[in-house]
Design a protein around this ligand. Structure first.
Ligand SMILES: [Zn+2]
Ligand SMILES: [Zn+2]
Length: 293
């Protein structure tokens, strides 16, 4: 059983439509696919329709942009009721922040002599719910300014770059609470990835977050070296957090993240689904069915 619980479609910064992503998962022998676009549930319905016609089980999720003690953290919210008012409100704030960030980013790029218009970004962004930095990076690639997304982030768009603009992200602690009240399960994505500063997410930090409702951590991820995985797994086991693994697939938008390159163990998925059922029972919120539309 191959379980990949963290992927992106072109509703955020992946390059495949939700339908194509599910078809690819089917062709590549993925049994359970998590669709976790950044800050949006827009791709869910399209993915669910296609999944219903295959033997791919779809786990609907969201990768929410959060902050914890001043650092950016990505929170995977699995199977929350997308109509929960607090959840909808926070996702709207995050998406609005990203949309207003775009003109400011382009202004700063013009400040360093790179002439780029919203239309250039729109051309490469497709049907995404929000154009973000990865799309600006793609536009810079298409204009021949940089060779790939990595170079765009390193030279211009990353926190150290001249075109970096701060934007709103949800408070991690309160978002974990919201996910639970929406009947979902909260798992921190790639907590110890080197590009994130993980000092705040040490064993004590994770224990604190567990007390406010955190259910698990993503351990097997390409941004975690083998030694990092072993150390994080030990912390998770110690705390009794569930452990996931996933590709963080972005289509052609990110190299080295092929579907199923990391996977989640069946017993961990079973636990996640039990927790989702319990959260949904307790909150009175309906968890999206994982098999049907
Ligand atoms: Zn992430
Ligand atoms: Zn991701």
């Amino acid at each position: 059983m191959r379980i990949d619980l963290h992927t992106h479609s072109n509703r955020s910064d992946g390059t495949e439509s939700p339908a194509d992503l599910v078809r690819r998962a089917h062709v590549e022998g993925i049994d359970v696919l998590g669709l976790t676009d950044h800050d949006t549930t827009e791709g869910w319905d399209e993915a669910a329709v296609v999944a219903a016609g295959t033997d791919v089980t779809l786990v609907r999720g969201i990768e929410v942009s959060c902050t914890f003690e001043g650092h950016g953290v990505h929170l995977l919210a699995y199977l929350p009721d997308p109509t929960h008012p607090e959840l909808e409100h926070e996702l709207r704030r995050v998406l609005d922040g990203r949309n207003s960030r775009l003109p400011a980013t382009l202004e700063r790029l013009r400040g360093v002599g790179i002439d780029i218009e919203v239309a250039d970004v729109r051309r490469v962004a497709g049907e995404t719910a929000a154009m973000g930095r990865p799309h600006v990076a793609d536009a810079l690639v298409s204009l021949g300014v940089v060779a790939d997304r990595n170079e765009a982030f390193n030279r211009y768009l990353g926190p150290q770059g001249p075109a970096y603009v701060h934007r709103y992200a949800a408070d991690l602690e309160s978002m974990i609470g919201i996910v639970g009240r929406a009947g979902g399960v909260a798992v921190i994505a790639h907590p110890w990835a080197s590009r994130h500063d993980h000092r705040a997410l040490d064993a004590a930090g994770l224990a604190f977050l567990q007390e406010v409702g955190l259910a698990g951590v993503e351990v097997d991820h390409e941004d975690h070296a083998p030694a990092t995985r072993a150390a994080l797994r030990a912390v998770a086991d110690d705390l009794g957090l569930l452990v996931t693994g996933s590709s963080d697939h972005h289509g052609l938008g990110k190299v080295g993240h092929d579907l199923g390159c990391n996977t989640t163990a069946p017993d961990q998925l079973a636990r996640l689904l039990e927790l989702a059922a319990a959260a949904s029972e307790e909150s009175g919120r309906r968890t999206p069915d994982i098999f049907r539309t």
